[in-house]
Design a protein around this ligand. Structure first.
Ligand code: ADP
Ligand code: GLC
Length: 468
């Protein structure tokens, strides 16, 4: 099958979070199964763009309302990512360093979708499926079905994967003219709660919808930032497919970003060496259990709870514990996390910012990974932690529920039910108790490093879904 993935992110080209990891891996694994999966994404002004060679496959203009923007589509020449990568360069819109966060993001992603479809509409053949990821590509299913300009693509099946239903990309009806012309009586398909809502439009118009874990699919019927009733209505065409991880990128035995690579046999000494380096860089005591949090510092991840949890634990346990945070996001949370540094020097540290290499070093060097998420559609961090022999301490929600079983239930992680200071602190207390039994920790480590969360299975599940 020829599968076109349309996405705002794709690792290693541009990544903000897990969406990038998924779109950088799933197509590769689909190709390994004998299919032809390609990725089409905006051409941001990133290091990847500057350091790779491209050929031009399309030159044109994209019409956005009353304005025209020059478009150029570039194909990466080497195919070394394991799939064909196409970057859509739109002058004045995509050529910036960041992925999101600009005042004109609506225009940027709408222009991206229109330009990508303009290009595909010209092809002599048609792809077998267009697979859209999140709201940034949410208008594709509507536009291929109802905009005259894309009539030649109307018969191509569209699949939407919801990575995070909290973000929907809504904009006002005053910007309706930005969407290429369609029969106006179809406008209701764009509508949700008085606005044009790309995620809602995709849920209504896509042939199939998936969420990134089975539990999240259940949860969004009751909690989806206002889309609950719509999702319940479209239940019949929905499926929950658990994300995988890229076992080639995330492999402690070959990971070039680690201080010291290790495998199952050398896990004990390998992890100890990584921990020792990490602790020396961040001024932490290597003999204490090292907890970490890696991620976006936002409410969904429970990041606002972290300063109080850490204050609580560090006051209670003093020098018996180590904590290291890597993340960025809400400036207030960043400030409070930074503030703890002076109070608990030698037991606590934080790196505010995004740092891919440091994240690998922390997954390998930490003893426990905290994920007190309020919402977690899948979560990849806990799967990376497992692969690197780090025990996850997670809230039982979404994909965390589907991937981590509590030691009390015969499993290998520590789970708690609520996202609050008390529950997380108690879970950390249980982790410290476990840490006291190093034989047990060693057994768990060996077990979790062997769990198979690779994309092999899920890549096939998507193929099956496209074919129905
Ligand atoms: P989400 O996509 O909701 O942020 P996921 O668990 O699916 O959560 O994926 C997060 C990805 O982003 C992981 O690869 C994680 O290692 C990475 N990540 C998050 N924050 C940072 C950071 N500050 N520095 C480096 N990597 C980060
Ligand atoms: C989203 C979700 C996260 C998921 C990721 C990849 O960012 O918040 O839970 O793992 O997408 O699907």
């Amino acid at each position: 099958m020829e599968i076109i993935h349309l996405s705002a992110e794709c690792y290693p080209v541009a990544k903000v979070g897990g969406l990038g990891d998924v779109v950088g891996a799933l197509p590769k694994y689909q190709n390994k199964l004998g299919h032809t999966a390609k990725v089409v994404m905006p051409a941001y002004h990133t290091k990847f763009l500057l350091e790779h060679e491209f050929e031009v496959v399309y030159d044109g203009l994209v019409k956005l309302g009353f304005r025209n923007f020059p478009v150029r589509i570039l194909r990466e020449k080497t195919n070394k990512l394991g799939f064909d990568l196409y970057l859509v360069h739109i002058e004045g819109l995509t050529d910036r360093e960041g992925v999101y966060g600009y005042g004109d993001d609506t225009e940027r992603f709408l222009a991206f979708q229109i330009a990508a479809l303009d290009w595909m509409a010209q092809w002599e053949h048609k792809p077998d499926v267009i697979h859209c990821h999140d709201h940034h590509t949410g208008l594709v299913a509507f536009m291929t079905a109802y905009c005259g300009q894309f009539r030649s693509l109307a018969s191509v099946p569209t699949v939407l994967t919801i990575h995070n239903g909290q973000y929907q990309g809504q904009f006002g009806w005053d910007r309706l003219h930005l969407i290429p012309s369609f029969d106006l009586w179809k406008a209701g398909l764009l509508e949700w709660r008085g606005a044009i809502n790309p995620l809602a439009a995709a849920i209504k118009c896509s042939w199939k919808i998936t969420t990134v874990s089975p539990s999240y699919l259940e949860e969004i019927k009751h909690s989806a930032n206002g889309l609950e009733s719509l999702l319940s209505q479209e239940w019949a065409k929905s499926a929950g497919i658990l994300n995988g991880i890229d076992n080639e990128v995330w492999n402690p035995a070959t990971d070039p970003m680690l201080y010291k690579a290790y495998d199952l046999k050398t896990a004990e000494t390998g992890k100890a060496e990584n921990k020792a380096e990490l602790c020396s860089v961040f001024n932490l005591d290597v003999s204490k259990p090292l907890f970490t949090f890696i991620g976006r510092l936002v409410g969904e991840k429970g990041a606002d709870l972290l300063p109080d949890i850490f204050y609580n634990m560090l006051s209670q346990y003093g020098k018996e514990i180590g904590i290291l945070v890597l993340g960025s996001g809400d400036p207030q949370v960043e400030g409070r996390l930074n503030h703890l540094k002076q109070m608990f020097e030698g037991s606590y540290n934080v790196f505010i910012g995004y740092n891919e290499q440091l994240s690998h070093q922390i997954y390998s060097g930490a003893d426990f990974l905290l994920m007190p998420s309020r919402v977690e559609p899948c979560g990849l961090n806990q799967m990376y932690a497992l692969r690197y022999g780090t025990i996850p301490v997670v809230r039982r929600i979404g994909g965390l529920k589907d991937t981590v079983t509590d030691i009390g239930d015969g499993g290998f992680g520590i789970c708690h039910d609520q996202s609050n200071v008390w529950d997380v602190s108690r879970a950390m207390g249980r982790a410290m108790e476990l840490y006291g039994d190093q034989n047990k920790v060693g057994e768990i480590r060996k077990f979790i490093m062997q769990l198979d969360h690779s994309w092999d299975k899920a890549a096939q599940e998507y193929i099956n879904l496209y074919q129905i």
